[in-house]
Ligand binder design. Structure first.
Ligand SMILES: Cc1cc2nc3c(=O)[nH]c(=O)nc-3n(C[C@H](O)[C@H](O)[C@H](O)COP(=O)(O)OP(=O)(O)OC[C@H]3O[C@@H](n4cnc5c(N)ncnc54)[C@H](O)[C@@H]3O)c2cc1C
Length: 377
């Protein structure tokens, strides 16, 4: 399959760069990037079937679907295949100090270029003059600026950040209502007083699924069913990630926002403790690796934890759910039409190039370029 698909995926990457550079011509897309459009127009399932990949093999290749937040019937073939292609050709990487190390590198670069960061500084409102954004209110102070790039969901802008009496254009309200929030997550972090080797953990990433079919995995995301359950052990990749003779495990599964939202405050900690016990049991049962006697520290993050710290709808780090009509290509092609207010750019996981670090960096770059162009006019 790869020798046949590889040139098409490479060319698709070129097409993506082309449409990220704004104002793509439909004629160029049709004449130069026909295969790309075909891959974007069909679902991942249809795409695999079209190139003759049996369902079982396709399901194995789709194991990483939860990282993109859409199953084979929800996602277009190009998004799925380009992720696989990048994994195979560029290989996955893990910074020794996790994603925090990437954040620190960005902070360093920003300072070197004369930028500034105000930590613990919440923007509570946009400042507006008619339909133009003119600044923000941050920590109670008015900050005026020519442009605002907001790393929040359009839903957050509409529901929380507009001045009293201002509402978003009707088409933006319709669009955000038509979109679905993407999957949220639950995570558990544990510190163990035995090394990975002693415990018998050999792989950085273990995917434990209830069924080979991603659609069935996604269907089993509520009521603690763990349709897809990921167990990561950083020590397998970065041996000194924790002191000698110890290791850490990091579990992730799909969230269950309704369950957490309906709990009473007094039930919350009991529910978290129960989840932690269930997860440790599930891991032991599925892998045969005993961890419970060696757990020294455990901490659990629910959808509510993510909502509190990220401030995103349902606590999802993935923005809006990828759907056949709402994925990278239509979002990029329509980005000018979907602009909510002038001098406001909305970036991050809910923006055009979807979620994940690399995609969010691309989104930030795209909107920064747009501001630079507009500012120069
Ligand atoms: C447990 C977990 C594991 C993940 N693993 C991976 C992975 O391995 N690879 C990968 O590519 N992606 C991964 N992701 C996804 C990735 O983290 C997100 O898609 C990405 O960080 C989203 O970027 P963002 O800029 O939209 O949001 P964020 O990274 O959340 O940044 C938004 C920032 O804005 C701040 N903010 C929000 N509202 C306001 C306000 N009103 N005023 C001021 N500041 C505000 C938030 O506090 C936050 O700091 C993971 C996510 C989670 C939760």
């Amino acid at each position: 399959m790869w020798p046949a698909l590889s040139p098409a995926v490479k060319k698709g990457g070129e097409a993506l760069t082309y449409i990220n550079n704004q104002h793509p011509s439909q004629l160029t897309l049709l004449t130069k990037y026909g295969d790309f459009l075909k891959m974007c127009a069909c679902s991942a399932r249809e795409g695999f079937q079209a190139v003759g990949v049996p369902d079982k093999a396709a399901h194995l290749m789709e194991t990483y679907w939860s990282y993109l937040g859409g199953t084979e019937d929800q996602m277009d073939f190009f998004t799925m295949i380009v992720m696989l292609y990048n994994y195979l050709t560029q290989r996955p990487a893990m910074p020794a100090h996790k994603s925090h190390e990437m954040s620190l590198a960005l902070v360093d670069s920003l300072y070197r270029h004369g930028g500034n960061i105000w930590y613990n500084c919440e923007v509570s409102q946009l400042l507006m003059d008619g339909q133009q954004v003119t600044g923000v209110i941050a920590n109670g102070h008015e900050i005026h600026s020519h442009f605002v790039i907001a790393d929040v969901s359009p839903t957050t802008i509409i529901t929380k950040l507009l001045p009293k009496g201002v509402s978003a254009p009707k088409q933006n309200i319709k669009l955000t209502n038509a979109r679905k929030f993407a999957y949220s997550l639950e995570t558990m972090y544990i510190g163990l007083n035995k090394s990975a080797e002693e415990l018998g953990i050999r792989d950085y990433s273990t995917f434990i699924v209830n069924d080979l079919d991603p659609v069935k995995q996604a269907a089993a995301t509520s009521h603690n069913q763990k349709g897809t359950f990921i167990a990561n052990c950083l020590n397998c990749f970065v041996p000194d990630a924790s002191p000698k003779g110890t290791c850490t495990l990091f579990f992730t599964t799909m969230g269950d926002p309704k369950y957490w939202a309906n709990l009473k405050p007094e039930e919350y900690f009991r529910a978290k403790n129960q989840r932690m016990k269930d997860w440790a049991d599930h891991y032991e049962r599925c892998t045969g690796i005993h961890i419970r006697p060696y757990i020294e520290e455990a901490s659990f993050a629910s959808d509510v934890t993510f909502a509190r710290y990220l401030g995103t709808p349902n606590g999802s780090p993935y923005g809006y759910q990828i759907q056949r009509w709402d994925n990278i290509v239509p979002r990029l092609i329509n980005m000018d039409k979907e602009q909510m207010f002038s001098h406001l750019e909305i970036t991050g996981a809910a923006a055009e190039n979807i979620d994940g670090y690399n995609c969010c960096y691309t989104n930030g770059f795209l909107h920064a370029q747009k501001v630079i162009k507009e500012a120069a006019q």
